[in-house]
Design a protein around this ligand. Structure first.
Ligand SMILES: Cc1cc2nc3c(=O)[nH]c(=O)nc-3n(C[C@H](O)[C@H](O)[C@H](O)COP(=O)(O)OP(=O)(O)OC[C@H]3O[C@@H](n4cnc5c(N)ncnc54)[C@H](O)[C@@H]3O)c2cc1C
Length: 386
């Protein structure tokens, strides 16, 4: 057996052994449109993953990770999705903040924050977007000023996913109002459980609340909990977004396969597969799935690309509209049944997929923004008028 086969058997065995007993009901739970499910149990699942070394697989061993290759991480994601293991509540810490600290954090910051993420005991949220700053992130107006050994924050974030469960938030804040707008920003690590922070859930199309408004009213962060130098926040944020749009979507792609299979199974069961228009769309969806998989496999392990800086954007432009089309296909395959919800606006998987996937082409950078980046950085086309 090759090393990779051995690893796959290890992952599969661990999942079979652990996704049982108290954790058995978690199969298929959580994720977009379902983050409200089994929250406490999924937090316990995070700790189980952490205790057995399944968080931070690709992180350097010196920082507590396992230093595993891309191929091993892909295997883990494949097996995780195949087993229907629950959607992670710790993914923002593991996939966004952790890599950001590995890129830009001091040794002290890595020692302070990475162990909690690796153990699955510390949950994070991302405080970038504001009512007046989304695609135009440099317009961030939440302010932070240093007073003695603390930063004092005032302002508002919005669309902050999982803030209601998070222990910490990495916040993009304006620390130098006099500086040119990209230069006056800093990335601060802010504890969520303090009097100066109020979290207000936002109800979404799915009827559930996964993201929130977060208000800072003289909220505090330690002076040392700044990633990079004051004014370095734009560079740090761009580093995080590079990770967000690329690598971290890989695990998600694995679950697309399962969603596609569920749509196919419905089409087989209700006869929709005999409709030539629907079966053509099913074929297109399957082809798209293969294209995304091969593209991800071909590009993820590469440190230097042919077109530097645009691969994550290309990946996002591939998966987001694909997933949205799958949502549309799911309800078309379900037919009239998709127009009726259960009691109390209870959605089935097809309805949830359709509704939540509307967000795919917005979060992590909208389609238009991805195209702008590709146009400017990849093709050298004229810059977007600002
Ligand atoms: C489900 C979900 C979860 C999210 N989670 C988080 C989170 O955890 N943390 C966080 O900080 N943010 C989060 N966001 C926010 C997300 O990053 C923003 O919604 C996104 O960046 C778009 O910003 P906006 O909503 O302000 O839209 P806007 O920037 O106002 O854009 C509105 C429309 O205008 C278009 N547009 C804007 N600028 C241009 C341009 N220059 N050229 C062409 N078209 C343009 C956009 O493509 C879009 O169609 C989340 C969003 C969603 C939907």
């Amino acid at each position: 057996m090759s090393d990779e086969d051995t690893f796959r058997a290890e992952v599969r065995g661990w999942l079979a052994e652990n996704l049982a007993g108290d954790f058995a009901p978690l199969v298929g739970s959580g994720g977009p449109g379902r983050e409200h499910e089994f929250v406490r149990e999924r937090m316990a699942w995070e700790r189980r993953l952490g205790a057995d070394g399944w968080i931070g697989l690709g992180w350097p061993e010196a920082d507590g990770g396992r230093g595993l290759s891309w191929r091993h991480q892909v295997i883990f994601h494949e097996e995780y999705a195949t087993a229907g293991a629950p959607a992670r509540v710790g993914h923002i810490g593991e996939q966004l903040l952790g890599p950001t600290l590995l890129m830009f954090g001091t040794a002290e910051q890595r020692a302070k924050f990475l162990p909690g993420i690796l153990a699955g005991t510390q949950l994070w949220c991302q405080g970038y977007s504001e009512p007046g700053a989304g695609s135009d992130l440099a317009a961030v107006s939440t302010r932070a000023r240093l007073d003695g050994d603390q930063w004092h924050l005032d302002g508002q974030k919005v669309w902050t996913s999982l803030a209601q469960f998070a222990d910490w938030c990495f916040v993009l804040a304006r620390t130098d109002p006099a500086a040119e707008r990209h230069r006056g920003l800093s990335c601060l690590l802010v504890p969520m459980r303090q009097p100066g922070i109020e979290v207000r859930p936002i109800v979404q199309l799915t009827g559930t609340s996964e993201f929130n408004e977060v208000f800072f009213d003289d909220a505090r962060a330690a002076a040392t909990d700044i990633v990079g130098a004051p004014g370095d926040g734009w560079r740090v944020a761009m580093g995080t977004l590079g990770v967000e749009r690329g690598v971290s979507t890989f695990g998600q792609q694995m679950s697309f396969q399962r969603e596609f299979e569920a749509v196919l199974a419905t089409a087989r069961a209700n006869g929709a597969i005999d409709d030539p228009h629907l079966s053509a769309r099913l074929i297109d969806a399957w082809v798209g799935l293969q294209v995304m998989r091969y593209t991800a496999m071909a590009t993820l392990g590469r440190s230097v690309s042919d077109v530097p800086g645009t691969e994550p954007n290309i990946n996002k432009l591939l998966w987001a509209p694909w997933h949205q089309r799958l949502g549309e296909l799911a309800v078309d395959v379900a037919g009239a049944a998709a127009t009726v919800t259960g009691p109390g606006y209870e959605l089935d998987n097809a309805q949830r997929l359709f509704l939540f996937s509307r967000a795919d082409t917005i979060y992590g950078g909208s389609n238009e923004i991805q195209r702008n980046v590709i146009a400017e950085r990849g093709l050298g086309l004229p810059r977007d008028p600002r």
